[in-house]
Design a protein around this ligand. Structure first.
Ligand SMILES: [Zn+2]
Length: 97
């Protein structure tokens, strides 16, 4: 039986930091095989979580992202995802102020 009050803890693939789902951003491998930033956190497919753009870049370089998603990630895609993550994290900062 599922526990209704258990928070969904996720682990950043870059630094292994654990945090609630909302503190981490999701990267998803879509069913069509493309890898992208999941702004809504609801896209179908295999997901991986990062807590910062630095962790995304580190995870990509160390091939942790590729391993987590069981997918090939092109450098262009990684750069695009990093840019989108950067904007998303910046948006979170604005929400807090
Ligand atoms: Zn991290």
């Amino acid at each position: 039986m599922a526990e209704p009050n258990v928070k969904r803890i996720r682990t950043c693939i870059g630094c292994q930091r654990q945090a609630g789902k909302t503190a981490l951003k999701r990267i998803v491998r879509c069913p069509d095989g493309s890898v992208r930033f999941d702004a809504t956190g609801r896209l179908p497919g295999r997901g991986a979580y990062v807590c910062s753009v630095e962790c995304m870049n580190a995870a990509f370089k160390a091939k942790k992202l590729q391993r987590a998603l069981k997918a090939n990630v092109e450098k262009d895609d990684a750069e695009q995802i990093a840019a989108q993550l950067s904007a998303a994290f910046a948006g979170d900062e604005n929400d807090r102020s």
